[in-house]
Design a protein around this ligand. Structure first.
Ligand SMILES: [Fe+2]
Ligand SMILES: [Fe+2]
Length: 165
């Protein structure tokens, strides 16, 4: 693919992906404020942005066979916990930005967990057991097979974890 269009697809994929998460957050807020129809509109457009994001990703050949996708995922998570978040954490410390520091620190710990889970899936793709998987709703920590009684990253109790289908 020609370089500029590929760059544009990457930028559009990033923007549409962000819009999806942002509108879902806005929908929750609208629900809390009692604006039901506005919430529905945010959720509808969030879905539409996902349609756009996925199309952009497909067109730039960003979706490969699962073995390769796992490799890409390991690379992404590893970059995040080894390089991206450590630098962001340092800067947040320098800037005294406590909220950002906590958000980065929690994410950093969890990305390392994710890298490990993807690595295990990569190594054992054909023999992965059918096990329950949970996600901590506070920090995103992810548990396969057995969930801790409380999240080792943020101390949220197990009964709050989201069971993933
Ligand atoms: Fe992650
Ligand atoms: Fe957590």
């Amino acid at each position: 693919m020609k370089e500029k269009t590929l760059e544009n697809l990457k930028a559009a994929f990033a923007g549409e992906s962000q819009a999806n998460r942002k509108y879902l957050a806005f929908a929750k807020k609208a629900d809390v404020e009692g604006f039901k129809q506005a919430a529905k509109l945010f959720r509808a457009v969030a879905e539409a942005e996902t349609v756009h994001a996925l199309k952009h990703l497909a067109v730039m050949d960003g979706i490969k066979p699962t073995k390769e996708n796992l490799e890409a995922a390991i690379g992404g998570e590893t970059f995040e916990y080894q390089k991206m978040y450590p630098e962001m954490i340092k800067q947040a410390e320098i800037d005294g930005e406590k909220g950002a520091l906590m958000s980065f620190t929690n994410a950093n710990k969890v990305e390392e967990v994710h890298a490990g889970l993807f690595k295990n899936a990569f190594d054992n793709l054909s023999n992965l057991k059918d096990e329950d998987i949970w996600v901590c709703p506070v920090c995103g920590n992810t548990f396969v097979g057995r969930a801790a009684d409380k999240c080792p990253v943020c101390a949220t109790p197990k009964n709050k974890f989201m069971l993933i289908k």
